[in-house]
Ligand binder design. Sequence first.
Ligand code: FES
Ligand SMILES: [Fe+2]
Length: 373
Amino acid sequence: VEDQVSSRPAAPSIAQWRLYSQASLGLKEYWYPVASSASVRRGSKSVVLCGEQIYLVRNGGRVFAVQDRCPHRCVPFSGDGGKGAARCDFAGHLTCRYHGWVFNLESGNLAAALTDGPESPIAGKVMLRTFPVQERWGMIWLWPGSRPAGPLEADVPDEFLLPDSRVYARFGLRQGNWRYAVENGFDEGHAKYLHRDSLWTAFMKLPGWNKTSIEREAGEPWLSRVQTEVHFDSDYPGLGRWPRYGFWKRSGHPSSERARATCSVRLPGLLRVVYPAFRIYEWYVPVEEDRHIYVQVNVRQARGLDRLKWALYYSLLIRGIQHRFLNNQDAWMVKLMPDSHPERFYRPDASITGWRRLVEQEARDYTTVEQAS
Ligand code: FES
Ligand SMILES: [Fe+2]
């Protein structure tokens, strides 16, 4: 309103990106990791993915995924957190605790309404929505889309598919829309200021500013930030020199090497950070408009003692320090960003517009599916 009154052009915002602005609940025609296998080792778990509340239940050693709501009176199978409101009385079937409707876990078909007798006419006439689900690399993967699920292999980094790959994952629920979290991950400018005082970068000499080009790798799904110039301390007119490095920040220090990272992003919101010694993948999994699941993944091809050494390095250094301290700063900023807001971009934000363009041009479009159905 203010803009109209003053007849200034409206400030640009996310709304100018058609598909992207509609995707507040996520790009749905993709596979997403939602939980560790260990968290559904026995029993069940409720997750929210792209706005859908989904009940994961293990039966006969296999994980099934169905809508977490009984079609009869809408009781959630997951109950109220402490106590589930469903049972598996019959192999491959789920029974609602309220009136005993029994659903086939594979097809979702209502197999029986126990309290209406074996001849109940409603059997076969009610469906529970089921979701394609897979369990791979110690993680549970869901497809929240309306189209038939594609191959899971198409939605994971190639590295997952190499022989001897061992995948380490850490799941966390975070505040803020998934899009702002992806944008923060691929954001060119922030690390050089926000992460300057994290424990992970304590001994690193971080640059003050870079020049970067945003490049699509040929034949690859990744969009990458490629550094063309790196600047450490510079003179800022009227202000002086920045940054000022403590004597303990040495560019030759081995930990400074760790600071050298190449960052890439791909659909549907997966980040890859390549450090000299290891790589991190980060999924920003859409939950509701104001929450996402943050999945940090490390993949390593190793056997025997090497695998053991890596597990130790990973748990102490990567999981213990990098994952925790660096990313808490990111989580803080994503949480602080308001729902929809005007934006005023500067040069380093080419990373963000590049990612949005990728979504507009290449995301599996879900809007046409929804309109058609
Ligand atoms: S609410 Fe589930 S059987 Fe009635
Ligand atoms: Fe960051």
